[in-house]
Ligand binder design. Sequence first.
Ligand code: ADP
Length: 396
Amino acid sequence: MSDHVLVINAGSSSLKYSLMDAGSGEAAADGLIERIGEAEGHQKHRGPDGETESSDPIASHEDALRAALKAFETHGPSLDDVDLAAVGHRVVHGGSRFAAPSLVDDALIAEVTELVPLAPLHNPANLEGIEVARRLFPDLPQVAVFDTAFHQTLPPHAYTYAVPSEWLEEHGIRRYGFHGTSHSFVSEQAARRLGRDLADVNLIVLHLGNGCSASAVRGGQSVETSMGMTPLEGLVMGTRSGDLDPAIHAHLARELGWSIDEIDRALNSKSGLKGLAGENDFRELSRLRASGNERAQLAFDVYCHRIKKYVGAYYAVLGTVDAIVFTAGVGQHSAEVRAASLQGLERLGIELDPDRNAEPGETGVVSADGSDVAVLVIPTNEEWEIARQALQVVRD
Ligand code: ADP
């Protein structure tokens, strides 16, 4: 059996796929199909011959996966030649039930379906991807890899909201955390770069992409994380508010007559950097800021201040910190965010080297030589982590 895993990430109107070598982390091909169900769909496939694009209507997730298989056939590599070991699916919410990746069977599908109320935007699409892949690859093992699983090690005092206890017992209302595959992947990489055993290091991991989350990782186990029952809590994100006073919901409903759905949509899709500066793409925001736009400057300041608050809080939770790790689009590429978020923390033993921060080299170390806490920039690779975990499940 080969180490190749087809990784599928199905969104509500999109399907991303990667043909990963779980051993080396090489992607032999990947692609993205967008605007499923709309008048015109869009497909990108990157294989051995480079990148190809096409625009055709794609009615359903099943048609999307068929289009992906066609792209493999036409542009390579041929899936017959690679001898797939498994299909690995990203599943956003695994609730309290899934602390590890799991083989897909009817019982798993029923349980993930039960969790739909906790992730109404994500789990239905993830399930759709699983159902379609089961139909098109009936002989291959399918593995579900959950965004929440890595954070199942949070202790009760970290995952429990201070609300009536029946809310947790009867309705599962607690913190779960997300981006788990990324936090897990970069934690392992960080330990490797520090030349230490993962079991011996304490890390603060900052995943700053479109969605943003922080985690405190002790000895390889997540002990705190900033996203909660849903991905809305915590850091400021591209379009999500992150933390806010929960009484704002009641105020908007009572005073402005907004419906719960309107409030939910505004906090998930119209807030964060977009809400503050009208722009959720960080590169655009940086351009606006450089041109003297005050709203962009405020958005940047709020974003970095929130990160700093979480760094301080997680430092206190961990007691000692060996490294702070920046990852994902903004974390990997914005020296300004790293500098502003960690500015003034020298008394905590956190000191950046400005030159290294401006251009992180191979090692990803951007802290000064005398800094007690290492600061690292490590590219995340969620597809590789999903492939590795899926392969482990089928090999066990
Ligand atoms: P996702 O959460 O969708 O996986 P990414 O990890 O790709 O997102 O991060 C996307 C974010 O990273 C966007 O806001 C994008 O503008 C930002 N980004 C990408 N490259 C850069 C860069 N060179 N400098 C600053 N921000 C960047």
